[in-house]
Design a protein around this ligand. Structure first.
Ligand code: SF4
Ligand code: SF4
Length: 71
């Protein structure tokens, strides 16, 4: 059975580079349509149930905004 994951993304820390969006093989992440308090449009978890806990987004994020939990 495929792994299931839960992603937690800190939208206030996020600088909107979207490396995580491109790294996710199952399209859990996308660009947010609203800005955070710094005026940055961060990444957003748009499809949380699809996460397979591969860790790609966590590995790519230069600012450690992402936590992944294996369910
Ligand atoms: S852990 Fe993998 S599947 Fe889950 S959001 Fe990150 S890149 Fe996508
Ligand atoms: S990789 Fe990190 S800083 Fe870049 S968009 Fe994703 S969460 Fe934000």
């Amino acid at each position: 059975m495929a792994k299931k994951g839960k992603i937690v993304l800190d939208r206030e820390l996020c600088k909107g580079c979207f490396l995580c969006v491109r790294a996710c093989p199952v399209h859990v992440l996308d660009k947010d349509t609203t800005a955070n308090s710094t005026g940055t449009y961060p990444a957003s978890v748009v499809n949380p149930d699809a996460c397979i806990a591969c860790g790609n987004c966590f590995a790519m994020c230069p600012d450690v905004c992402i936590e992944i939990f294996e369910l």
